[in-house]
Design a protein around this ligand. Structure first.
Ligand SMILES: O=C(O)CCC(=O)C(=O)O
Ligand SMILES: [Fe+2]
Length: 294
């Protein structure tokens, strides 16, 4: 039978990353306190009350989705840059880029009667072959207890190493059963999907996904988070939202670091900087030396 390893929030980064490398998935137990989950739940409630059900064969018909969480929930803001989460992103995503960003935020409330979602890989969003590294990684924070009955996410451990066309046998699929406040992490290349809700109450979870800093964000965070809100956030979070330059020169504004939009340092027609990785410096220095000598 397939299994998901659950580790305590105190588990070392090395062990957590090792499990994810092997299985493509892990649960970190009780990262948020009961009090934090309660606040998160109350921050999400008015948005779930306002939003209609999705209507799509992928998103479901009895499921509600709320995005823009980096602007809507202070608890999500701190979850996005939780050190245990960023340690995983550092380990996997920095193999494929010089800096990563948030791909999307989405609170997902699977309502009673919703059938199981199709098993899929989220990284199909980025349609290129990338065997050397992951393009994206997901976190699913349990706002309710996730149970087999209420729609805990299905995953197929090990499927991140499968040929793209291999489909899982029923015994290879397992649900991410976890207590509220826990977080399920899975690689973008892992087969998974939302579960069927066979109870009479919704199942709420919060997805934050992260991707390589040179890929497009599924939910453009500069647009999703109004600038007045972004301005007040901690710098680490501003960077993860996408206010940084991916060297060389990807994402600069006016030839400047886009974080200047938040700090007030960005000037129109100001000094047009270059943002270059260290390893190209010798090549440039050599070129200048040759020019001088000529
Ligand atoms: O809600 C879930 O458990 C997972 C949803 C999912 O995988 C998706 O919508 O891409
Ligand atoms: Fe998914």
């Amino acid at each position: 039978m397939a299994q998901i390893e659950t580790v305590p929030a105190t588990e070392s980064r090395e062990v957590i990353n090792g499990i994810i490398e092997r299985d493509g998935v892990v649960v970190i137990d009780s990262v948020l306190s009961e009090a934090q989950v309660r606040i998160l739940d109350s921050e999400l409630k008015p948005h779930f009350d306002a939003v209609p059900n999705c209507a799509g064969d992928f998103y479901g018909y009895a499921t509600k989705r709320v995005s823009g969480l980096a602007a809507k929930s202070a608890t999500c803001q701190s979850m996005i840059i939780h050190p245990a989460i960023l340690a995983v992103m550092d380990h996997f995503l920095l193999k494929g880029c010089r800096g990563y960003h948030l791909n999307l935020t989405q609170a997902i409330q699977i309502g009673p009667g919703e059938p199981q979602q199709v098993i899929h890989r989220d990284d199909l969003m980025f349609n290129f072959v990338h065997p050397e590294f992951e393009a994206m990684i997901n976190t699913m924070w349990a706002v309710d207890d996730f149970t087999a009955e209420n729609g805990a996410t299905h995953v197929v451990p090990g499927s991140h190493k499968w040929a793209p066309d291999r489909l899982p046998e029923p015994h290879e699929e397992v649900q991410g059963v976890m207590k509220r406040g826990s977080v399920l992490l899975w690689l973008g290349s892992l087969l998974h999907g939302g579960g069927a809700n066979r109870t009479d109450r919704p199942r709420t979870g919060v997805v934050h996904s992260y991707n390589l800093g040179w890929l497009r964000q599924a939910e453009p965070q500069h647009l999703a988070v109004p600038r007045e809100i972004a301005r007040a956030l901690p710098e680490r979070l501003q960077r993860v939202l996408g206010y940084f330059v991916h060297e060389p020169n990807l994402g600069s504004l006016e030839g400047q670091d886009p974080i200047g939009l938040l700090t007030g340092e960005l000037t129109i027609n100001g000094h047009f900087r270059e943002f270059l990785p260290e390893e190209v410096r010798p090549l440039l220095a050599e070129h200048r030396a040759r020019l001088k000598a000529a």
